[in-house]
Design a binder for this molecule. Sequence first.
Ligand code: NI
Length: 276
Amino acid sequence: MTDLADRFTTEGFCFPLDVLTPDAALALGEELLRIQAADRPAALGNKGQFQYPHVISRAAAEVVCHPVLLDAAESILGPDILVWGSTLFAKAPHSRSYVSWHQDLHYWGLDGDAEVAAWIALGPVSEASGCMHFVPGSHLGDAVGHTDTFAADNALTRGQEADVDVDPDDTVLVELEPGQASLHHGHLLHASGPNRTDDWRLGLTVNYIAPHVRQAVAATDFATLVRGGDRFGNFVHVPPPESDLSEEAMAWHRRILFAQNDAIYEGLDGTEGEIR
Ligand code: NI
């Protein structure tokens, strides 16, 4: 087992990984904000967050295939890798938006934990700007219940909060330089605070899964093969976009948003247009 996979297995996370140069990271952040602004429906996901940019943006499609990220994912998931999701998490200057303590896999409808989230900093990410906090080893405990709060400033779709009391002394701050990434396990407890700085806090999350995982809630689910093969066929394969915001790419994007809403909002009535 590689050192990276060893740390991931023990702690539930690993960082920093050097993925992009600072200049490339800042340029990608600007590019994704531009595409988000060009296509408002793309930003209808998770409370205005830009969902699945890798389906409609060439630059995002390239970065999800970055060899540093795929090598890291391979050391944890094995040689066959799909991208199940991506999200641009943009906190505006002095935004009160925060993310409560939660475990990702609690509410995605996936039937296994062969998932790795990579969070790539597209600008400086500090405690003051609302970086993530992790609870080391929390992925190893029993599954934790979550309560839907629908709190206004909570960036999660249901305002869901894990039913735990976290001692700040037990947490790790995930401060990153532009272009660095962190990896976290789908059962790791994590949260992030508001942005108290004059700068945007921009991060791109990419969710990698192994192809044997199944979607257990939604009727159909989608993913993009980025390394190896898929002999399971549990996901409809989505091609990378030929050009930014192409008609075909936009059609895929709409299909995915609607289908994954079914999984994320399972058990809720009267909600639409928001996921995760
Ligand atoms: Ni999360």
